[in-house]
Design a protein around this ligand. Structure first.
Ligand code: GLP
Length: 241
């Protein structure tokens, strides 16, 4: 795993976005997957600024990383809402270029099948960007997740629900499950970029990089990926620098 450390959250987001754009430009119609949450805010802005500056639109196909089960796309706090607000809307991405888990689907198994089919039809994921959960999760692959799963529906840990509360605009009953691309899918991506910022991520980042490789800390499994770069700001890098 390569590690890039920049002084600020903005700088590390810019570096990651530039690398993402470089890789994406080298592939015709890449299938890309990005995380929602607080970490990718600047990253998404840099992507939008880039295409506004050059007066073009990306030729990418998007696949959603994860979604809260029981939360509609129209609700602020859903993963899909994040992308509509920060990426798909500003970039004017047409719906036919987007595949996203429907958290309201009555048949979640069908949602899983659809996502797996999109990825298989494309010949795999080209570029995946990931954030890191407080417990080391990737997407919604919580500690203990089966590494052989291509997608999964999973009960979320209390710490994930606690962090997730901040994405929603007001008090609400938090969903208890997530639907996510699985570790087998994410780990087989051709290119992986991982982003983390802030002192609240220092401990988990250190475990991810230096700790044992175990599905009890899914992010540690990225240590073995042959094309993975971790982008950190100074605060998240702790002793790594
Ligand atoms: C969330 C999402 C992940 C995200 C991670 C970190 O629960 N399921 O896809 O990358 O946790 O979120 P944040 O960037 O807000 O710290």
């Amino acid at each position: 795993m390569n590690i890039v450390i920049k002084d600020s959250f903005e700088d590390m987001s810019r570096m990651a976005a530039e690398e993402f754009l470089k890789i994406a430009a080298s592939i015709s119609h890449p299938l890309v997957c990005l995380p929602s949450g607080n970490t990718p805010i600047h990253f998404c802005r840099f992507l939008v600024d880039h295409f506004e500056n050059i007066g073009a639109k990306p030729d990418w196909d998007f696949i959603g990383l994860d979604e809260w089960v029981g939360v509609p796309a129209s609700v602020k706090g859903s993963c899909r809402y994040f992308f509509d607000e920060h990426l798909f809307g500003p970039l004017g991405i047409p719906e036919e270029r987007i595949s996203f888990f429907n958290g309201m689907a009555t048949d979640l198994r069908e949602e899983q099948r659809k996502a797996e089919a999109v990825i298989a039809d494309h010949g795999g994921l080209d570029i995946v960007v990931l954030g890191i959960g407080a417990n080391g999760h990737l997407g919604f692959n919580e500690p203990g997740s089966d590494v052989s799963l291509k997608t999964q529906v999973i009960d979320l840990e209390p710490v994930t629900l606690k962090s997730g509360e901040s994405y929603f605009s007001g008090p609400r009953d938090m969903p208890t499950q997530g639907i996510t691309l699985g570790l087998a899918t994410l780990l087989s991506a051709k290119h992986l970029l991982v982003i983390a910022n802030g002192a609240h991520k220092t401990t988990i980042v250190e475990k991810m990089v230096n700790g044992p490789k175990t599905n009890m800390l899914p992010a540690s499994l990225l240590q073995d990926h042959k094309a993975c770069t971790l982008y950190l700001d100074d605060a998240a890098s702790g002793n790594l620098r």
